[in-house]
Design a protein around this ligand. Structure first.
Ligand code: NAI
Length: 332
């Protein structure tokens, strides 16, 4: 099998080459993203394209992939909102993904963002480096006994629920499917309205779907507690960023941490330190003292990358030999 990797970063090459020793596939890496203009990079005999979160696998791209006889689209991530599954189905192209590689990695990063925001570690780090040992402006609150609202209790949300419970918080959850095990552990499922009204901290762990697009907007923010902490390590478009900026200015949102951003595909995973950022919203957000932005790194641990590489290659092995893989096909 010949696999063309798009958006390949040096770490992808390291981890995939290592795991591929036990698969023996032919791997070709392109650092550019997949989009209509880059499909032509695919060379003769390629069966598979391997893509990441910001590759644009829309209907036009899929038509071109089909013309090149590509049979598989392998997502090396969990979310698949960037792939037109209907179009892939029409062309008999199978789409596989890595549904759960290391939910702990993402949940731990979410926790890191929360603690950093709350105790202002990002400010303290810079202060002491400049011999400023003053505590003014660094006041936090106890997380203990706060109410945490978690939207989406799948693999990642469930781990985060347990982490928050272990910290002595009251955990409220909302999901379209309730997890009985979590309920038995003292997690309370409530309506979205209750999550908004009662939570001191809200963390998003649901996928991006037509239902969740701009879930957090002017109307829903208005229902939240004043000074709410909002964290998003799921997908950028869950939050309408203009509304978040307005709410930060009005001090309705007390602090915001995002690992994902609405327009991230133009910015994230690149070194733009020598350029002038054109995205004014992102520029504004990164200038706020109570906002932390990380560039889609929640998944980025050694363990997660090993699992992503192994599962992606194993998906392709199984699809090409058995024609199916349980639970790892992206479906409509
Ligand atoms: P999952 O599929 O295990 O869980 C998603 C949960 O969201 C499910 O329980 C589902 O029922 C629920 N859900 C679906 N629609 C909903 C709605 N309208 N309202 C409330 N809940 C809804 O997915 P997993 O592995 O927990 O990942 C969650 C999201 O995290 C992914 O979709 C992905 O976008 C994001 N992610 C981000 C990473 C990062 O590095 N920042 C890495 C991995 C995933």
């Amino acid at each position: 099998m010949k696999i063309a990797f798009f958006s390949a970063q040096p770490y992808d090459i390291t981890f995939f080459n290592k795991e591929n020793k036990s698969f023996g596939f032919e791997l070709e890496y392109f650092d550019t993203g997949l989009e209509e203009q880059t499909v032509n990079l695919i060379t003769e005999g390629t069966d598979t394209v391997c893509v990441f979160v910001n590759d644009k696998v829309d209907a036009e791209v899929i038509k071109k992939l089909a013309k090149k006889n590509v049979k598989y689209i392998a997502l090396r991530c969990a979310g698949f909102n960037n792939v037109d599954l209907e179009e892939a189905h029409k062309h008999n192209i199978k789409v596989c993904r890595v549904p759960a590689y290391s939910p702990e990695a993402v949940a731990e990063h979410t926790l890191a963002l929360l603690f950093t925001l709350n105790r202002k570690i990002h400010k303290a780090y810079n202060r002491v480096r400049e011999q400023n040992y003053s505590l003014n402006g660094l006041l936090g609150t106890n997380i203990y006994k706060k109410t945490v609202g978690i939207i989406g209790t799948g693999n990642i949300g469930a781990v985060f629920c347990r982490m928050m419970k272990a910290l002595g918080t009251e955990v409220l959850a909302y999901d379209i499917y309730e997890n009985e095990e979590l309920k038995n552990e003292g997690i309370k499922y409530v309506s979205l309205e209750d999550i908004y009204a009662k939570s001191d901290i809200i963390s998003l762990h649901c996928p991006l779907t037509p239902d969740t697009l701009h879930l957090i907007n002017e109307t829903t923010i208005a229902k939240m507690k004043d000074g709410v902490f909002l964290i998003n390590t799921s997908r950028g478009k869950l939050i309408e960023s203009h509304a978040a900026i307005q709410a930060l200015r009005a001090k309705k949102i007390g602090a915001l941490a995002i690992d994902v951003y609405e327009q991230e595909e133009k910015v994230f995973f690149r070194d733009l330190s020598e350029t002038i950022l054109e995205d004014e919203r992102l520029q504004l957000l990164t200038s706020f003292p109570n906002v932390i932005v990380t560039a889609h790194q929640a998944f980025f641990t050694d363990e997660a990358l090993s699992q992503i590489s192994y599962i992606t290659l194993d998906n392709l092995k199984q699809l090409s030999t058995k024609g199916a893989i349980e639970g790892r096909v992206a479906e409509l």
